[in-house]
Design a protein around this ligand. Structure first.
Ligand code: AMP
Length: 466
């Protein structure tokens, strides 16, 4: 077994690793650290969750231990696609460099230029930045990249998705060609391959298995779902999501709920909150302080459900997520791999459940082709209760709601439902007499509660609304 001590790291770094509680390097660390310490270029093919951040931060700190920072000329540069990821690299740096005198600056959107400018003016050992922000600084003449000895590109495939590759190429050209490059990507798209062929010199290639195909610690499942009517799909899907959350019960300690669109992120978060769930959204349109607050709360266990878009969630380091819930099947198969990689980390058990409506089955097929296996279909929690257990209607509103709460199998009814908040919802449905008793559904009353489970011949109830 390789230990951290075998890798040739600075004793101060080893001591910080031990303080952080890590005993053994992960495969990407064991593979990338030795060649990095030899000064070689490294091409790491690994995802978030594999420990790749420490895979480049630890050797950087060791290598930078010798030498001193010079004004305006950072000695090393880490490029990350999102501010959150950059901030996490900075946190890693703080953790592992705490026993050294190395300094850093963080150049990301939403953080004031002035403070970081002052740091850079003074001289920093490590500059951590998103590409756009870095180029802004460079163009304002605040920064020289000719002193960069080590350059790291993290999550290059994300950079590609986000259109940052031209920026990355430009930044490469602004640094000395003698620099050492540590380049990380979860996948090797042709465009990424081209960049590495151009800018890396005889790199040590370190590849760790893709999580989706190997992480036995992630239990996966797909709930196939067809709406009772097309115009009800959205509200029924939200009810299905709640039912899934309820069915997982206590086992669902915390979850990231992924949506394909940021408008959906907001709608789903609002709806969950309205139904009494502890949920908050995170997407690119929220301001930085709000995003930071939400993330902090989620990390500290004060927030149970984080509703996110793929872009916003990129590179988020949230070590202990029990569940990933895909409200939508991602349209890019690789996003599925990234999404579910948020759970089942570092040997912990995790569960990833995906809701698939008929429109999304083609994307599900692409995912299964990519991960080379079929994702098990799991039963919908919205299965109809047996006829005799079906809650009776016709009592008072509250009574019906009460019955529904205790009815077996109607997991949806187990949702904590803040009845007083429902007024608006009922109003919107136009106060339809006896259909009102579905307390707690707001304007999201799923049609299956009222009509769709009985065989047609037995259906005596009227639809909930028109
Ligand atoms: P990353 O892939 O860099 O986002 O890291 C994923 C998670 O693994 C982070 O929460 C790290 O703190 C954690 N981690 C990094 N290195 C190790 C290690 N050697 N052993 C256990 N956990 C680690």
């Amino acid at each position: 077994m390789t230990t951290f001590a075998d890798l040739g790291l600075d004793p101060k770094v080893l001591s910080a690793i031990s303080d952080a509680g890590y005993n053994e390097p992960t495969p990407i660390q064991a593979g990338a650290i030795p060649p990095a310490l030899e000064g070689r270029d490294v091409l790491g093919i690994a995802q978030t969750g594999t420990g790749k951040t420490a895979g480049f931060v630890l050797p950087m700190i060791t290598l930078l231990g010798r030498g001193r920072a010079r004004a305006r000329m950072p000695r090393s540069l880490v490029l990350a696609p999102t501010r959150e990821l950059a901030a996490q690299v900075a946190e890693n740096f703080d953790t592992y460099a705490k026993k050294t005198k190395l300094s850093k600056a963080l150049l990301i959107g939403g953080v004031s230029f002035k403070e970081q400018d002052a740091l850079i003016d003074k001289g920093v050992d490590v500059l951590i930045a998103t590409p756009g922000r870095l180029l802004d600084h460079f163009e304002r003449g605040k920064l020289l990249l000719t002193g960069v000895q080590i350059m790291v590109v993290d999550e290059a495939d994300r950079m590609l998705d986000m259109g940052f590759i031209p920026d990355i190429e430009r930044i490469f050209q602004l640094t000395p060609f003698t620099r050492q490059t540590l380049f990380f990507s979860a996948t090797m798209a042709p465009e990424i391959e081209r960049v590495t062929n151009t800018f890396l010199s005889a790199p040590a290639k370190v590849e760790v298995a893709r999580r989706a195909t190997t992480a036995e610690s992630i239990e996966q499942g797909v709930v196939e779902y067809t709406a009772s009517r097309k115009d009800r799909q959205a509200s029924e899907k939200r009810a299905l999501l709640r039912a899934l959350i309820d069915r997982e019960g206590e086992g669902l300690k915390n979850a990231i709920v992924f949506c394909n669109r940021k408008t959906e992120v907001d709608v789903v978060a609002k709806s969950l909150k309205k139904h009494g769930y502890d949920a908050a959204p995170i997407h690119g349109d929220l301001d930085q302080s709000q995003r930071t607050r939400t993330l902090e709360a989620f990390r500290n266990g004060e927030l149970r459900l984080l509703i996110a878009s793929d872009v916003a969630a990129r590179g988020l380091d949230i070590p202990a997520v029990s569940h990933v819930l895909n409200y939508d099947v991602p349209s890019h198969a690789e996003d599925y791999v990234h999404r579910i990689g948020r759970t089942g980390r570092a040997g912990r058990q995790g569960k990833a459940l995906t809701i698939c409506v008929p429109h999304d089955t083609k994307w599900l097929g692409a995912i299964e082709a990519l991960v080379e296996k079929e994702i098990p279909r799991v039963e919908s929690p919205l299965k109809a209760p047996p006829e005799r257990e079906r809650p009776r209607r016709g009592g008072g509103k509250e009574k019906t709601a009460g019955e529904k709460r205790t009815a077996p199998d109607t997991s949806i009814a187990a949702a904590p439902e803040p009845a007083p908040k429902e007024k608006g919802g009922r109003g919107k449905r136009g106060g339809k007499g006896r259909d009102e008793p579905v307390v707690g559904m707001g304007d999201h009353v799923p049609a299956f509660l009222t009509r769709s489970f009985k065989p047609k011949s037995e259906t005596t109830e009227e639809p909930a609304d028109g």
